[in-house]
Design a protein around this ligand. Structure first.
Ligand code: ATR
Length: 280
């Protein structure tokens, strides 16, 4: 008699909405390539069902999750532990389920830094960095950039109180890095910036403007826009025209997925296959 194949281990992305996530194709391609009996699917869960969803994890055989909008903060009460970085960032995008309970991670910042260093050959050490935005994505990016010891990080956000809070947090945990709470884009010090990162959602829609006047962009500057729903944004278009190197958020998506894959499976993620699944 043929032996029954064991049920696949389940992984997935938790969000609301989550329909358009690119993560299923990336992780399913990786499971297939490494012959791991696992599936990755979308868990689109309404806020009123979140508690019931977490109560059902082991019954459903779920071993790991990615977390996306709007749950990166609201999952904290369901976790037994979180990494130091996730606690500092205040957001979790990856959960590992084990017999000891749920542990939360933030692989967004790590993904950004690894993409920057490994693929774009940009070493942030002693560099001047300018960041647009002070929300969850910015916190992840800034916390991880600090690990690479840049000379300075200047941050501009529409809501200045968030900039002040983020600069305060970064100052508490780091020495030897200058943090600047810029009150306008003009005060970001772009004339000496080596890297400009857009962490805001401005650019997701085709008609979105750029937060940066093109006159601030110079060749020699790397301009990184975390937006990946569109290949290019107004900011990246302007940067390309000015002779800057540019990167969109697909690389960060790939590397955060690779980090999550490693946390869940302990295996080296098949980078080429995962990249290809994203069209990279
Ligand atoms: P994420 O987790 O993706 O960072 P978030 O925490 O909601 O999401 O942060 C969104 C970021 O985009 C914030 O920096 C936000 O600025 P405010 O804090 O001032 O709201 C920024 N953002 C969104 N829409 C914007 C707009 N039209 N102009 C400027 N910044 C905008």
């Amino acid at each position: 008699m043929a032996q029954k194949k064991p049920l696949p281990t389940l992984f997935g992305v938790l969000g609301y909405p989550a329909k358009h996530s690119l993560s299923p194709r990336m992780h399913n391609a990786a499971f297939k390539a490494l012959k791991i009996n696992a599936r990755y699917r979308i868990f689109e869960v309404e806020p009123s069902r979140l508690k019931a969803f977490f109560a059902s994890l082991s019954r459903r055989g779920i071993a790991g999750l990615n977390v996306t909008i709007p749950y990166k903060q609201s999952v904290f009460p369901f976790l037994r532990s979180v990494t130091e970085e996730a606690a500092m960032i205040g957001a979790v995008n990856t959960i590992k389920v084990s017999a000891n309970g749920l542990r939360g991670y933030n692989t967004d910042g790590e993904g950004f830094l690894r993409h920057l260093i490994d693929d774009l050959s940009f070493d942030p050490r002693n560099r001047n960095i300018a960041v647009l935005g002070a929300g969850g994505a910015s916190r992840a990016v800034c916390v991880y950039l600090c690990k690479a010891k840049p000379r300075s990080i200047a941050i501009f956000n529409r809501d200045r109180s968030k900039t002040i809070d983020l600069v305060h947090l970064l100052n508490m945990h780091n020495t030897g890095i200058e943090f600047i709470a810029a009150d306008t884009v003009a005060h970001l010090g772009l004339e000496k910036a080596d890297l400009l990162v857009n962490t805001t959602s401005v650019g997701m829609n085709e008609t979105d403007p750029s937060l940066v006047d093109p006159s601030y962009l110079r060749p020699g500057m790397l301009v990184y826009d975390l937006v990946y729903s569109r290949k290019s944004t107004r900011l990246l278009g302007d940067a390309g025209n000015k002779g800057c190197r540019t990167a969109n958020g697909l690389g960060m998506l790939l590397y955060q997925g690779m980090a999550a894959f490693k946390i869940w499976t302990g295996r080296t993620p098949p980078k080429k296959i995962m990249a290809r699944s994203l069209g990279l």
